[in-house]
Design a protein around this ligand. Structure first.
Ligand code: KIV
Ligand code: ZN
Length: 435
């Protein structure tokens, strides 16, 4: 009943296991408008896609997969609007997806005419399951789909004017024997003949996650070591999150030699989603590596994303969720209050406050509303800190203790969180109104 659905490459020692951090940001490609959009209950309208595209540009994405223009009228229209209304900045490349099928490749070239630069992303599925069950074709026949696609892409790129780059994906790579995936990719590369000046993207997707993250990393290292034209290949990752390991898959695969990552904001995408680019970028940031993406106004990004996708950013989504800096419990609040005071006294620049992974103000969040939150779990330290920070009342220790118990007990009986104003009101009612 249960299958081991992965293939480990023929190798016993992997160099990436000895590395402990990622030294520089990969190149990023957002697939929000394609993989993200195709998995929404209600796909984005043209206007919504335009707004999302502008957000991605503002964040700093230089490569944006805008859709599958040969597959739907809206996607075709969207791409044409971007091009005809000159909405694509000079330093941004739009990427378009096409299956390796003659008429679809031709329509894709038509759709992309006039773009300042474009990545033509062609793919076909190579896994055992797809070969046997969907295409009912041999390995040779499946390889021929890829090489025929490459031949036509190369021919049309010579016929059409434009600044094109190329990407090939052996879709369902993680369900494909590594030696066979390598054979197909090398056959495509032989046709495309990339050079260091004009490299080609080879994208190795976790179309469906089947293994632990180190297995994917092993597969990536194997491909990186054995692909032809390696110095002319941009090795790209495209993890989906079926096992909840999309971020780990990506990070280990970057250690293993990959150069580029395709994913989405907040991990939107087919099923459990594509890998979340915000988490990846912010993880680099916390390690002191410039991710080259700007998330300094996270609340605005969340607002736009939720509005146009009609999805919800879960409260505990790393870095972006409503509760990710919140501390309700007494011991956490006490440590945070002490850490914040220490930081102030010492004039520290580096962030090292207990329980809070980054300075919330780096991404547009606040200390006031986001960090110390008061309910029946809270403690005197946090409640006192809030009163001091927000209202300027620095209570003596005995009073702080008494006030802490008073606030906890009110919250417990009301069975609700108390806002800072409500805490202040309790303070006035308990002490000042009695003076
Ligand atoms: O997940 C996937 O394999 C894809 C390909 C089209 C790259 O989205
Ligand atoms: Zn995908």
């Amino acid at each position: 009943k249960y299958q081991i659905g992965y293939y480990n490459p023929p190798k016993t020692e992997y160099r990436w296991v000895h590395k402990d951090h990622i030294e520089k940001a990969p190149s990023w490609c957002s697939v929000d408008l394609r993989d993200g959009n195709q998995s929404l209950i209600v796909p984005m309208s043209l206007e919504e896609k335009l707004e999302f595209f502008q957000l991605l540009v503002k964040i700093g994405f230089k490569e944006i997969e805008v859709g599958f223009p040969a597959a739907s009228e809206t996607e075709y229209e969207f791409l044409r609007t971007l091009i005809e209304q000159n909405m694509i900045p000079e330093d941004v490349t739009v990427q378009v997806l096409t299956q390796c099928r003659d008429h679809i490749i031709r329509k894709t070239f038509e759709a992309v005419q006039g773009a300042p630069s474009a990545v033509i992303h062609f793919y076909n599925s190579t896994s055992v399951a797809q070969r046997e069950q969907v295409f009912k074709k041999s390995k040779e026949e499946i390889k021929k789909i890829a090489t025929d696609g490459a031949t036509l892409v190369k021919q049309l790129a010579a016929e059409y004017p434009g600044n094109f780059r190329f990407e090939y994906s052996p879709e369902s790579f993680t369900g494909t024997e590594p030696e066979y995936a390598l054979e197909v990719c090398n056959a495509v590369l032989d046709i495309m003949q990339p050079t260091p000046e004009k490299p080609m993207i080879i994208n190795l997707p976790v179309t469906v996650a089947m293994s632990m993250s180190h297995i994917y990393a092993n597969q990536i290292e194997y491909m990186s070591d054995n692909l032809k034209y390696r110095d002319s290949v941009v090795l790209s990752l495209h993890p989906h999150n079926d096992r909840g390991c999309g971020v780990a898959d990506t990070e280990l695969a970057l250690l293993a030699g990959a150069d580029r990552v395709e994913g989405t904001l907040f991990g939107n995408g087919e099923r459990t989603g594509n890998v979340d680019l915000i988490t990846l970028a912010m993880n680099l940031y916390t390690h002191g590596v410039d991710p080259k993406l700007d998330f300094s106004d996270m609340p605005a990004i969340v607002e736009l994303y939720e509005r146009v996708t009609r999805m919800h950013v879960y409260e505990r989504t790393p870095y972006a969720g409503a509760l990710v800096f919140a501390a309700f419990s007494g011991s956490h609040q006490d440590a945070i209050a002490k850490g914040m005071n220490w930081r102030k006294e010492k004039g520290l620049h580096q962030w090292n406050v207990p329980y809070i992974p980054i300075d919330p103000t780096d991404i547009g969040r606040t200390y006031d509303g986001d960090v110390i939150r008061i309910n029946s779990q809270s403690g005197k330290g946090g409640i006192g800190f809030l009163l001091q920070q927000k209202f300027g009342y620095d209570l003596p220790p005995k009073m702080r203790e008494h006030f802490g118990y008073t606030v906890k007990s009110i919250s417990d009986h009301a069975h609700k969180e108390l806002s800072p104003d409500e805490v202040a009101q309790v303070f006035y009612d308990t002490y000042l109104n009695k003076c």
